[in-house]
Design a binder for this molecule. Sequence first.
Ligand SMILES: [Zn+2]
Ligand SMILES: [Zn+2]
Ligand SMILES: [Zn+2]
Length: 140
Amino acid sequence: MNSKPDINVCKMLKAARLYCTDGRVAVLKALLRADKPLSQDQIAKRLGKKRYNKVTIYRTLGSLSKAGLVHRAFMDKRAWHFELAHNCTETQCHPHFTCTSCGATHCLTQMSLPMAKRPPKGFVVRRQQVHLEGLCPACA
Ligand SMILES: [Zn+2]
Ligand SMILES: [Zn+2]
Ligand SMILES: [Zn+2]
């Protein structure tokens, strides 16, 4: 194992004006390695429950979200799934595709959709997120 991911993750944190703490590094690395959105429980499982408890992970996701490094991608089984924001712009997230047969969700980072136009008066659109359903290549 080399230490390169540590440096990158620490740089990301510092660029977002956050301290490079073990917990933040661990959560960011878990999301980076997963390459797909993870729920809080899935993150906890990947990190090993002994080192970081749920409250720590919850708070870490909170601070990372606030800094714009991580965001909520979609909700599945009543749990928000978080992902790194590096594949998304500030106003638009790539579409997420959930297979109705195997249940796997994929990040369709290559796919782009037009931004929704003319929201009703009084509504301010901050970020567009689209969730698609259907069959993945393995199930189609
Ligand atoms: Zn996104
Ligand atoms: Zn499938
Ligand atoms: Zn995604």
